[in-house]
Design a protein around this ligand. Structure first.
Ligand SMILES: [Zn+2]
Length: 300
């Protein structure tokens, strides 16, 4: 465990929830320190820390191998992003680059924390970002305006590196496995961390959110089938929304999500009975959107 030295309480340990409190020196510098904010960080493995945003429980996963560490996806609020570099420093993770599971704007904000860093994405995501230049920035601006959020700098995605998926991505002496994960959106990848047996899967298997097959319900189901052996082998799964979950919980979610989507696809009323724990007003709204999308796409 790292010894808190500068106002941060961060450590490696397994399955421990670490509330990270940051401090910022006032300007002009003085010895007085003011609270900056807090971010929820969870150590799931000695090489893996998950940060959960206060909005939508959006996750960012920091994974280390040797003297390198990647940040996968991003938290959303400026104070959460601002704390990320210090979180890595305190955990003794040396930042080396950004990855994003897919091209939805709320997962693409890493460069606000690490300006100048390269962003690695699946080829499908790179193609989506190229096809819709500025879309992520516009969506971010809409969110910020709606919630009165001020940011110190605008988002620039910088150099986006297209990674072949399926494939491997070197990190230190080891390799991350990249698996296609489309259906929620037209693009995306799930990242398997073999030595930690952790799957970072993007917007699938969320304990907080029902499946949202925005691109394709068949594609979404195919992704669940593709992820199934990884989920079966996983110690933990980190969905894009809802913090890390253990293997048995992820396997149960996969079954629930498949049942829900199959019922939805076949227009069975069972789909309206949303999975237990995901039936609140927002989930019912997402379900209505799923039904409407399916109706628009035609079919029986
Ligand atoms: Zn998302």
């Amino acid at each position: 465990m790292a010894v808190p030295t500068n106002g941060f309480a961060v450590g490696g340990g397994s399955r421990c929830v670490l509330a990270v409190l940051g401090f910022r020196s006032p300007d002009p510098p003085s010895f007085r320190r003011e609270p900056l904010g807090a971010v929820r960080a969870i150590g799931v493995h000695e090489d893996v820390i998950v940060v959960e945003s206060r909005v939508w429980r959006t996750t960012a996963t920091v994974v280390r191998s040797g003297a390198e560490a990647f940040v996968i996806d991003s938290p959303v609020f400026p104070d959460e992003l601002e704390l990320l570099p210090a979180l890595l420093e305190q955990a003794r993770f040396q930042f080396s680059g950004l990855l994003a599971t897919h091209g939805d704007w709320d997962h693409l904000l890493g460069r606000l924390a690490f300006p100048g860093a390269a962003l690695g994405v699946a080829e499908t995501t790179a193609a989506r970002l190229r096809a819709h230049p500025g879309a992520a920035q516009r969506a971010l601006r809409d969110f910020d305006e709606r919630h009165y959020v001020a940011r110190p700098a605008p988002l620039a995605l910088g150099s986006v590196e297209a990674l072949p998926v399926p494939g491997y991505c070197a990190l230190g002496e080891r390799e991350l496995e990249l698996h296609p994960a489309d259906g929620h959106t037209v693009d995306g990848m799930a990242i398997w961390i073999p030595w930690a047996r952790i799957l970072v899967c993007g917007d699938y298997l969320s304990p907080a959110e029902i499946p949202t097959p925005e691109a394709s319900i068949d594609g979404y189901l195919a992704t669940l089938t593709r992820l199934e052996p990884l989920v079966a082998a996983a110690e933990h799964v980190v969905p894009g929304h809802g913090g890390p979950i253990d293997g048995p919980a992820a396997r149960a979610l996969l079954r629930e999500d498949r049942d829900y989507l199959e019922a939805l696809r076949e227009r069975r009323p069972a789909a309206a009975a949303l999975p237990a724990g995901r039936r609140d007003a927002e989930q019912r709204r997402l379900h209505a959107a799923n039904v409407a999308r399916l109706r628009e796409a035609g079919g029986p």
